[in-house]
Design a protein around this ligand. Sequence first.
Ligand SMILES: [Zn+2]
Length: 512
Amino acid sequence: MKTPQERVRIFDTTLRDGEQSPGFTMSAAQKIAFAHALADLGVDVIEAGFPNSSPADFGAVQTIAREVRGASIAGLARCHAGDIEACARALSEAAAPRIHVFISTSPLHREHKLGMSRQQVVEHAIMGVELARSHVDDVEFSAEDAFRTEREFLVEVFEAAIAAGARTVNVPDTVGYATPEEIRDLFRYLRANVKGADGVVFSAHCHNDLGLAVANSLAAIEGGARQVECTINGIGERAGNAALEELVMAMKVRGGWYGVDTGIDTPKLLDTSRLLSRITGIQVQRNKAIVGANAFAHESGIHQHGMLKHRGTYEIMHPQDVGWAESQLVLGRHSGRAAVADRLRALGHVLDDARLDAVIADAKALTQTQHVVSDLDLLRLLDGDPSGGGWRITAMSLIDEGQHTRARIELSDPGDLHVAQEAQGDGPIAALFAALARATGVDFELESYEVHSMGIGRDARGEANLSARIGGEALAGQGTSRDVLEASAIAWLAVANQVLRSHASQRIAAFA
Ligand SMILES: [Zn+2]
């Protein structure tokens, strides 16, 4: 007989802890699209941002609170009146708002960061929770750096927060220092010693500095945690947070051991992971658990032999359980309208009928020359052309000059304007990007730049992803081509075109 499974709440902080880490900045529109994907995935709580940190963050949280249904929407606030008031305003249109207040509790943070006594920390915690409760019913309290806090003081702070009205108490291992045995023991201790523990949900928030975030979160669940804070692809401060997809699949595959379950629709994990990669321009490594390209690949002869006889010999879960089967780039000649619409939705695009018909017609035309229409092809069709409607590459060439490489690039724009420029660089990529900068008059420093191959054999193509930060705004570009250098140039140009478009719209706004 199957034992009853207790529910563990999934609190996703990709848009807050994840987004604030270098290279993962997202625009408001990207955050909103991703929040919809998280709600579809079935997370219980979406931490949408830190509203008082900037007007942009406030606006993103406000729009997500207004538009996204199916999950609680949380905003982060320090135990300051200004933070909490801003958070309450940003969340005012949410169906299920949560205010998440936090204050540091460890001796190191009390002394060096806050300059507060234990008593002052407790007073601030009470003030913060009470003020948040005056706006919403659902209040979470976090003791920052909880893991390095004296246990008896942690009990005191949590008791005060619960008495003030907190319904979830979060125990972060802010610096990623804990081990599984210690975390399990800490949660057991808190559950046994905090007055009011039975009436609230205990939550874990683990960082991956020692590569233990998922293991520590699972140990916290064994110790009694019933909420885990995590991010898609494990992104987050420094080495990141616990990876949602790994944590959820560990609970599912080993449900018999942990006796818990989640509300996650696991076949959507891969698409959600890929949507994040596409938005941020940063791919997961091939051997990443669950969502890496190799996660279900069986290359070795011995493994293949076993797999053919019985899948269970080397596989502990089905690839379909996490979304692999359907998403392997397979829209063939006979795929229907619904299949294309589904694929586009998974990629974060919902189209009206006319637009959808146009994309389907283009996709059908593509199948005359290639076997399958990949996700990337679909995105390209959606854009009209990969450069996004601005400059396009009409010719490029590279000459190796021994010490340097010389690149020559020719571009044209929709108004049939042509430019040609040359530049030198230490290597082909440096020369190419320098020539593009000269030709477009746009220059920027890259935050990330990655090239990888899509597919094998005849249909193989190179895909380039890059991201840049220009005037505080995060921009990402993507390019695909049989030639990786051309893919890189297309990705670079996609960013430059966005910069030029935003300059043009600013000029129009200035005249209006
Ligand atoms: Zn964190």
